[in-house]
Design a protein around this ligand. Structure first.
Ligand code: FEO
Length: 402
């Protein structure tokens, strides 16, 4: 496995092959926690790893340099997948100074006992000389937490970009030219949708700020390192940050006795017009992370639930909670579902959700008492057709070629 980014700079991270659940986000095939070692007159470790992998990280560092020769440990981000092993690293590297911004120091003090650590606080634009190389720091608040920053080495035109441009991708390949680009972008998109979607504005600000830097290598904290196709991931990020619409309709639902499911199937059938991808997504048969990935650029959604105990079904409630946090933009949709005796119970709940997430409601709820008959199903097909036409309109209006 090639782990040298450029002469004197090495990947010393770990591969978490068995990761399937990243704080609730279903991961398909593991991830990596990337840490990097910069060898110069002084030595710097850029970020650490999740706590259980601390020994593996230290073994990799030790293979390059004795641990008492580590002068700096840079913490770009306090989240525990990157800072979890800091106590172990700081204990094992007696001459190391922790380098982070002021917010990060505060956050780390709320996670660990840092009273015995030497800490150097850096500001945006601050720099530390390692000898032939310089570490320059650029704060990037809310990409992904308030304290987040990135570290740039101008002599190597190399950026340690932290969570930005990362992917939950477990592979022995370390570089983007060793894996098909489509596969990397697919995982980068899934990561963006489930982790970074609420932070579109700060991410765009960060990309604008970084645009001035000459870049040959961009090394994120997860997944492969960009040295060939960085422009492709930047273009993708620009589209994802604005939820740029594609001609796609999602019909997302749960069902008790298949009445709401029959309505969902009729809606997706109607939505399957030329030029539109229409997807039927049962909430207990599809991971929520996958639904959110599909939603990223789907402008139109039909959301369905029967009434259960005067509420929507639990998985529908969970999706609404997840989306309130992720704040997808530029969406339109409507609610549908079967009920027994509480006609508006679920519809009222979903109406509040649509309002909270600023979805454009394109029609009144499609409601049916118990089992839908032919007339109801035809109304569902018609609603699906209209939703697909709306998706086409929105995709066309947002197409940069128009
Ligand atoms: Fe990969 Fe926000 O931590």
């Amino acid at each position: 496995m090639q782990t040298q980014l450029t002469k004197g700079i090495h990947w010393v991270g770990v591969i978490d092959w068995n990761l399937r659940d990243f704080h609730g986000y279903a991961v398909r095939g593991g991830s990596t926690y990337n840490a990097y070692l910069v060898l110069d007159e002084k030595t710097a470790l850029i970020d650490t790893v999740k706590a259980p992998f601390g020994s593996e990280l230290l073994d990799k560092v030790r293979a390059h340099v004795p641990l008492d020769r580590v002068d700096y440990v840079v913490c770009n981000h306090a989240e525990l997948d990157h800072a979890g092993a800091l106590p172990q690293v700081m204990a094992a590297c007696p001459n190391a100074t922790l380098v982070c911004d002021a917010k990060c120091k505060d956050e780390l003090a709320l996670h660990f006992d840092i009273s015995g650590w030497r800490v150097q606080v850096v500001d945006c634009g601050g720099a530390i000389s390692l000898g032939r190389r310089t570490l320059q720091f650029v704060t990037t608040p809310m990409v992904h937490w308030p304290e987040s920053m990135v570290t740039y080495i101008p002599e190597d035109r190399l950026l340690f970009s932290m969570d930005a441009f990362g992917q939950h991708l477990a592979t022995t390949a370390r570089f983007d030219d060793e894996v098909p680009l489509d596969a990397i972008l697919e995982e980068a998109r899934r990561y963006f949708a489930n982790i970074l979607m609420p932070f579109g504005r700060p991410i765009n600000r960060a990309i604008d700020a970084l645009a001035a830097l000459p870049l040959d290598i961009v090394a994120p904290s997860h997944g492969v390192i960009w040295r060939k196709n960085f422009a492709a991931i930047v273009a993708a990020y620009r589209a994802w940050t604005e939820c740029r619409p594609a001609p796609r309709v999602l019909v997302v639902y749960d069902s008790m006795w298949k009445s709401t499911e029959a309505m969902a199937r009729a809606i997706v059938e109607g939505a399957g017009i030329k030029g539109v991808e229409a997807k039927l997504l049962h909430l207990r048969q599809n991971a929520m992370a996958e639904i959110v990935n599909d939603l990223l650029d789907a402008p139109c959604v039909a959301l369905g639930s029967p009434v259960q105990n005067n509420m929507v079904m639990p998985q529908v409630g969970a999706l609404m909670t997840y989306l309130r946090g992720l704040k997808p933009t530029r969406k339109a949709g409507f609610f549908f579902g079967s009920y027994g005796w509480s006609r508006n119970a679920a519809a009222d709940e979903v109406a509040k959700f649509f309002e909270a997430v600023k979805f454009d409601v394109v029609r009144e709820p499609l409601l049916n008492q118990f089992v839908p008959k032919a007339e109801c199903l035809e109304a569902c097909r018609e609603a699906g057709r209209a939703l697909a036409e709306e998706a086409l309109r929105r995709a066309k209006a947002a197409d940069p070629a128009n």
